[in-house]
Design a protein around this ligand. Structure first.
Ligand SMILES: NC(=O)c1ccc[n+]([C@@H]2O[C@H](COP(=O)([O-])OP(=O)(O)OC[C@H]3O[C@@H](n4cnc5c(N)ncnc54)[C@H](OP(=O)(O)O)[C@@H]3O)[C@@H](O)[C@H]2O)c1
Length: 391
């Protein structure tokens, strides 16, 4: 039987004590009522007992709109297809889509569901058709929300083998998760959708005319990867950030950074045009529909332009006839095994030490700490840092 305990700030410590005495228990924390105190307790005293020989595990479930539940008796995923791999989760990265999908009820095919899109961990089982990954390998992966077995906020995940990448030797297990969403999104956006050549395949003579990429949200974790990958490919990059993260964006290779603090939208667009003129032919927006619209005012009015609005674009947004708007679908990485090459290229650049990782904000405490971590992310003051939860 499942016992459900609804958490509120004053009673959380007591409930955690009670929980430890139950073989099957569920924490329910409405999104608006979560407690930082709860995460602090969990960080110091992990509440999840792990046994390698059972068929159950702990998983953070989404049980209804805006409500999470920690189930210590959730079925452990097993291999259902011979191309699958089981990974024991070591660290998960938190992403804006995680809290947004729960708060606004999308990307949740049914309840209960396990979310979470990136992790690092150790391979514990491989299907008979998997040849290049072995039990014991330290790996990272990027998952697709449609399979609850692949949701990263659980102790074990089942994922297609082609999505499982070895962690490059210079990267640790806490850093590796952010390759799964931010790193891979930046890589695939540039290499697959915006037609930027991968630096590994560039001919020395390939650098021709100056080509400008605008990244609106240059300090976002995705923007940090995109800036570096674009610069490695010979593009010139101009970003929009706050003044807090201006220096970070420059350090990653942006030629110009337009700070947005205290400026009107017109002033920011003017600042971009003043710096680069009518030369921007590629743009990535990482903030939202409004800034995607502003990016369209900053790009070239004459040359062909490619825009990737990664944080949505308004359905009624006017788009110039010279602009192609690309819908970046990261699910392709999971659905189309030929996309493994993008992760391999990214891994190669990382392995060569050519990519600087975002600063991490690490939280111990396992699955119980995720809900509070998502709330920190939701408050939106990460200043370019990546939130990682260790299990
Ligand atoms: N389509 C996809 O598959 C996909 C994949 C990955 C991410 N995304 C989306 O891309 C967006 C970024 O994700 P992320 O994880 O990289 O973000 P993140 O690191 O969580 O972004 C936080 C940063 O955004 C910056 N920011 C906030 N408002 C801004 C504004 N008005 N202009 C410029 N920068 C602003 C802040 O820096 P400053 O205040 O210092 O500027 C902050 O450091 C999210 O909306 C996410 O959902 C989509």
């Amino acid at each position: 039987m499942t016992e459900t305990l609804t958490l509120s700030r004053p009673t959380f410590r007591g409930l955690l004590r009670r929980l430890r005495g139950h073989s099957r228990a569920t924490l329910v924390a409405p999104v608006e009522e979560k407690s930082i105190e709860a995460a602090d307790v969990a960080r110091n005293e992990p509440i999840v007992e792990k046994s390698p020989n059972t068929t159950v595990q702990s998983a953070l479930l989404v049980v209804s709109k805006g409500t999470y539940s920690l189930d210590t008796n959730h079925p452990r995923p097993t291999i259902l297809h011979d191309n699958e791999v089981i990974i024991r989760t070591k660290a998960v990265g938190l992403n804006p889509i995680d809290w947004k999908s729960v708060a606004y009820n999308f990307c949740l095919p049914s309840y209960p569901w396990v979310i979470g899109r990136e992790l690092s961990g150790i391979v514990t089982e491989v299907g008979s058709a998997v040849s290049d990954i072995a039990i014991g390998d330290e790996v990272w992966t990027s998952t697709y929300y449609r399979d609850s077995r692949a949701g990263c906020f659980q102790e074990y995940v089942a994922v297609p083998g082609h999505t499982v990448m070895p962690i490059p030797s210079r990267v640790d297990t806490d850093e590796a998760p952010c390759l799964g969403v931010a790193g891979l999104t930046a890589a695939m956006t540039l290499w697959r959708w915006l037609n930027v050549p991968c630096p590994l395949q560039l001919q020395p003579e390939a650098h021709g005319d100056e080509e400008w990429l605008l990244i609106w949200g240059g300090s976002t974790v995705t923007g940090q990867f995109a800036t570096q990958l674009a610069v490695l490919s010979g593009l010139k990059v101009i970003t929009v950030t706050s003044s807090k993260t201006e220096r970070l964006s420059r350090s990653l290779g942006a030629t110009h950074v337009v700070t947005r603090d205290g400026k009107t939208d017109d002033e920011i667009v003017e600042g971009i045009r003043l710096a680069v003129g009518d030369k921007i032919t590629r743009a990535i927006d990482l903030v939202g529909p409004k800034t995607a619209g502003l990016a369209l005012r900053a790009v070239s009015s004459q040359s062909p332009v490619s825009l990737a609005p990664l944080a949505m674009i308004a359905a009624d947004q006017e788009v110039g006839s010279n602009v192609t708007v690309h819908t970046v679908e990261m699910k392709q990485f999971v659905l189309d095994s030929s996309c493994r090459k993008y992760a391999q290229w990214l891994n190669a650049l990382v392995g060569e030490g050519r990519i600087v990782f975002p600063e991490l904000r690490k939280i111990d405490g396992g699955l119980a700490a995720i809900v509070d971590g998502l709330d920190v992310l939701r408050q939106g003051d990460m200043s370019g840092k990546k939130l990682v939860i260790r299990l």
